[in-house]
Structure formats: structure tokens, C-alpha cells
Ligand binder design. Structure first.
Ligand code: ZN
Ligand code: ZN
Length: 258
């Protein structure tokens, strides 16, 4: 059995919680929107982050997990993602203007750089540990973006991160019969469909319309990335639109079991 901890479940930061981050094990994350508050000093143990894309709600705590615990870190932080994502992080974030370029700063008492940026190949399997692998697939967002399929002991979970279309989820489920759970975003309420279309996100109606071809498969559906201001409305609309789906809407701290 695999358990993934939701560190940040929301599509924006508020008193309700933080933005996208999932903890695969004590050293590995998918996205880093909310790390320092839930993990505290254990943030220094994280040595691998798989980014889905370059938007701030998915990368913000990269800045603070390094800075806060700089002296405690004994291993570099490897940041993996699409080449365009890493280029954006380097050019617009770790650029010595917004925040120090930690890929050019050595760790305390070491010659190794604090951050190492490593491009990934979509479709390739990477090993996380003896029992877990991860593979990226392209998603449909306003910047280059990917989701991940995490496989542990022959069971798999698919995380879309931000996306508008879902054909790639359909394809992935068809070609990976071991996928038993999906984590899909739903950022806006139905009334904001126009904004969802332009910003390449989903509403409850769009989400369940697009999931129709998979409805009969009995998969577990986790939903994340709700904009906290509209949480109540989105939750009600999900309840109405979900049909046969077994749905859990994520909060910070929810454990995904598969
Ligand atoms: Zn985004
Ligand atoms: Zn986002």
C-alpha cells in the first residue's frame, strides 16, 4: 500500500491552507507550493522535487525550504521537471533578483551547489526508491506542464496538476491498467467557466463531462486545486455533478492511499 501526503491542496494560498505539494516519501515531493509550514525543519531532508510546471503556486516554497534551513541541508536539492519549467525557474525565480540563484551557491561547508536542476523526459520511468517509480505525461495548461504517474508495488496513482483537457488522462488509464486513483484539479466554480477556459483550468461541470469515458471503471477520484474563496460553491457543485464517482476533495494533510 502506498500513502502520499497532501502538503498543500489548494489553488491559492489562504487561511484554509497552502498550494500544491505532495509528499511521496520523507525526501521526495511533487511540487513545492506548501512545504515549510507543514514540514518545518524536515524541509531540509527533501532532496528531490518533481515540478509539474512553473506557476508560483507550485514552486513558491522552493525559495523558503532552501533559505530557512540552509545550514541544516547536507544534500543538494535536485529539482526535476520539463526543460521549459526549469528554464523558467532559473530565469524568473532563482535569478539573483527575485531570489538568490542557489544553483550557483555551494552548500554550507561543501563544494556542491545547493540546487541542481535536472530536465526529465516525458514518458520515461524514473526510480524514486526500491518500490516506487514515477513517469511524466504532458497536460494542457497555459505554460508547458506535465502530470505524473506514481507506481508503487504494481498499483499506480495519476496526478494531473493544472490542466484543462483530459484526453491524456484517458489515454494513460487505458495504457496503464494498474492506475486505480486519479488526482485532478478543479479550480473554479461553474459560473466562472469562461475564466477556467482562458486560464486552462477546470470547473465541476467541465471535469465530470470530460471524465465520462472513465466513469464506469470504478477508479478513486481525488480533487485538488480549489480556489479557496469559492470552496463551498465548488464542493456543492462537485456533489451534484459527480455521478458514480467515488470522490474525495483534498485538504492540506489528506493522505492519498492506493
Ligand atoms: Zn498553473
Ligand atoms: Zn496551480
Amino acid at each position: 500500500m502506498c500513502e502520499i501526503l497532501t502538503l498543500g491542496a489548494y489553488g491559492s494560498r489562504s487561511q484554509k491552507g497552502g498550494t500544491s505539494a505532495f509528499m511521496l516519501n520523507s525526501t521526495t515531493l511533487i511540487d513545492a507550493g506548501n512545504v515549510v509550514v507543514p514540514l518545518g525543519e524536515a524541509s531540509a531532508d527533501i532532496d528531490l522535487v518533481w515540478l509539474t510546471h512553473s506557476h508560483l503556486d507550485h514552486i513558491a516554497d522552493l525559495a523558503f525550504m532552501i533559505d530557512n534551513y540552509f545550514e541544516k541541508r547536507d544534500k543538494p536539492l535536485r529539482i526535476r521537471g520539463l526543460p521549459q519549467t526549469l528554464e523558467a525557474v532559473q530565469t524568473h525565480f532563482f535569478n539573483h533578483t527575485i531570489w538568490p540563484d542557489f544553483s550557483a551557491i555551494a552548500m554550507y561547508g561543501s563544494k556542491e551547489m545547493t540546487v541542481i536542476l535536472e530536465s526529465i523526459e516525458v514518458g520515461e520511468y524514473y526510480t524514486i526508491d526500491e518500490t516506487m517509480t514515477i513517469k511524466a505525461f504532458y497536460t494542457d495548461h497555459t505554460v508547458p506542464s506535465c502530470g505524473y504517474i506514481v507506481t508503487k508495488e504494481h498499483q499506480a496513482l495519476l496526478i494531473t496538476a493544472d490542466t484543462h483537457r483530459l484526453e491524456m488522462v484517458e489515454e494513460a488509464v487505458k495504457s496503464h491498467p494498474n492506475i486505480r486513483s486519479l488526482v485532478i484539479e478543479c479550480a473554479f466554480p461553474n459560473a466562472m467557466e469562461e475564466l477556467a477556459v482562458v486560464s486552462k483550468h477546470l470547473t465541476p461541470n467541465l471535469l465530470f463531462e470530460r471524465l465520462k469515458p472513465l466513469e464506469s471503471l470504478g477508479l478513486k477520484l481525488y480533487i485538488n486545486h480549489l480556489k479557496p474563496t469559492y470552496e463551498t460553491e465548488i464542493r456543492q457543485e462537485i456533489k451534484k455533478a459527480k455521478g458514480k464517482w467515488d470522490v474525495t476533495i483534498l485538504r492540506d494533510g489528506t493522505v492519498l492511499v492506493f
